[in-house]
Design a protein around this ligand. Sequence first.
Ligand code: ADP
Length: 488
Amino acid sequence: MTPEPMKILFLAAEAAPLVKVGGLGDVAGSLPPALRQLPPEVTGGRPLDVRVVIPFHGEVQQRLPAPEWVTNLLVERASGAVQARVFKVNAGGQVYYLISGPPIDQPLPVYSPDDRVNGEKYIFFSLAALELARQLNWQPDILHAHDWHTAIAVYRLCQNRLVDPFFQNTRSLLTIHNLPYLGGDATEILAEYGIPPTQNRSLPAWARSFPLPLGLLAADKISAVSPSYAREILTPEFGCGLQDFLATRQQDIHGILNGIDTAAWDPATDPGIPRPYSIDTLDLRRANKTTLQEELGLSVSDDPLLVFIGRMDNQKGVDLAIEGLRKALDLPWQAVFLGTGSALLESAARSMESEHPDRFRAVIRFDTALSRRLYAGGDMLLMPSRYEPCGLAQMIAMRYGCVPVARATGGLIDSIRDSRPGSPGTGFLFSDTSGGGLEAALNRAFQAYQNADAWQAIQKNGMEQDFSWTRSAIEYAKIYHQMSEDAS
Ligand code: ADP
């Protein structure tokens, strides 16, 4: 007899390929298929039936005009029940449920800058997603929620299962992708849905009506997207005021490094790069650098080509990168920064280009196609993040033989091995958050770059790393299994 599948209700604000704003979209797009494909020996004999539920965002509605209608449902609210309509699509073998309804249907960006608007949208979504499971009579063994946007589903579940047999055996895991985004004070919106703030004193008083803290309080297990970040959030520097509370939950906090889609990010088969190459044909990589230099109007030289690819946000240390490069003007670098975000940081990058038009390019847009050419043609990826829960750019870069020069924080510590003379790692790490830290790391990297064999050894070490989602999926499956054992 085939064993009962373990049912996982997987809730996220975004999931590639339907909608991707950042790393969360990559995770919610890649982890569910990797979980489904795990062999029975790592899932305790039970296959994993993972159903992904995301909001039917305005921009997805435009791209997907006619998905299959599944059901309508009501979410109770003081001012009157609100109707949600649920649709379904199959993308690449994975089923996605899409929830629409008045707070979601607005022509809004996926994330509004307005906390209130976001709160209305994601709290409604979280409650509707739980209701969907009931409507489908599909009793989840595990509710796996991500970040503040879906944390209220975990909080509501925890209240419901005391009185509601349907959810009695459902256990919850809440994954933290970026702790500082707590969801804002949602007292009024929660009150509309009949959800009072918690009185639990282990949470600081200010946090008792914020979605993420409420979810973290209620979750059976918590995970962070790298082992180092799971430790860092227990400290005042990274804990966002929740460190003492999180310390009380330390036993239940796991750190699992994200993966990357190794088929989608493969320099041997990437149709978007001028000259595909592999670890065995690394010399072909050079043509990608030359084409990139020509494309961007930089001189075609052997000088190291540094690339930055990421959100222009304080988190990513764009200012540190620029300061580091200013300090390292004696080194023969060329640099390309690709990103959008804060007007201040975008303008700092533009100023750098006007000061150094012969060696610096600022490309202020979101451009996946160009990002591929940068990973394939750049020699080094600059990633001086102030904090980095996991980070995907450094993993993609290593897979493409573009060596990361990164700050030793969070997932960057867990994915990059520092190189020393005579001991090639997979990149270069530094701790100091002044431009001087990056400058020192660049000096070490430039030393290694002088020696073609030493440099290739670092590139090859990086290309050989296993960043596949299977590795992460096995870790998640272990937690699911443990929780479902605890429930029975
Ligand atoms: P985060 O999720 O914090 O934004 P990650 O490093 O985890 O950072 O993931 C960022 C992803 O988005 C990577 O795949 C990176 O290549 C991509 N990316 C970021 N900015 C841009 C951009 N301007 N153009 C193209 N791709 C980008």
